[in-house]
Design a binder for this molecule. Sequence first.
Ligand code: HMG
Ligand code: MG
Length: 303
Amino acid sequence: MELPNRVTIIEVGPRDGLQNERLLVETSNKIQFIQKLKAAGIQEMELTSFVSPKWVPQMSDAKEVISHCLDERRNFVLTPNRKGVERLYESACKNAAVFVAVSDSFNKKNINKTTSESLSELEPLIADLKRKGYFVRACISTAFYCPYEGKMDENKVLSLCRTFEDFGVDELSVADTIGMANPHEAYELFSLLKHHLRSTTLLAAHFHDTRGMALANVFACLEAGVDRFDSSAGGLGGCPFAPGATGNVATEDVVYMLHQMGIQTGIQLDQLIEAVDVIAPHVSRPIESKQYRLAKKTQTLNS
Ligand code: HMG
Ligand code: MG
């Protein structure tokens, strides 16, 4: 298949990147990070989550982050349940991201419900969000492997995606939560989804880079016709309830690869590196993306 000329990056660093961070990042640093990412040209971003502060204290400042960071771009807030949607309605954010796992065991660990219990709760909520004119994305976790149940059946993934299409979502973000997929599996699953889902449903791929496969998986998905990718500046990320999973594929590595291949993103790589500079001193992990490390090395050599 011919590769796309342009790709949309959905930046998930402020949400996926920071939800699993050992250090509690100050709200003002999160806001500065988000502003720098926007200055670099990011048009779509998961800002934060409306989840229980007891379960994920890192996202307990969601209201404040949103109040400083909304603009005309597509800014998402994650919301897993009724309480989350109620909090969304109290905010000015108009883009919701619900999340559910293919596997019951992971859904239970993450949201304290089985997958079908989550679907029953979400169906009327999504209908209401759509009636009110919200954009809704559904994030599908454990689409390849579950840390508790192993390999997932791709027909089960397709069936869950179709259920969300029937609920009326605008977008599906299909995730390799624990970073176990290989490029062959990525190509197969996304080809299946591209073939069977409605052409009007946006489809994004979300890769964690636990085993160093994420960039190769992005390329495999390009070949399957995918033109939307979730990624995290600095390669930060991970889910507190997915043992062993590390960060998302780094936005700067994806952007570099795409630009070198002649695929446009609208993102300035040098400014993206500056955004990572803003957050790097406030997180406990070293930034391991190739592009960030190269930029730092070049700066040191030139100074
Ligand atoms: P629960 O304990 O079953 O909730 O947790 P509950 O309904 O029994 O309520 C208990 C208390 O929590 C109540 O407060 C509720 O009001 C409150 P109390 O009366 O005790 O004071 N509560 C909430 N507070 C704020 N916001 C809410 C909310 N809901 C209930 N939305 C719950 C269920 C879903 C809340 C909990 O399990 C939770 O917060 N889970 C979030 C897990 C999470 O954030 N995971 C990471 C995001 S998903 C991800 O990273 C994967 C993704 O990146 C894709 C991939 O890579 O796979 C998207
Ligand atoms: Mg994730």
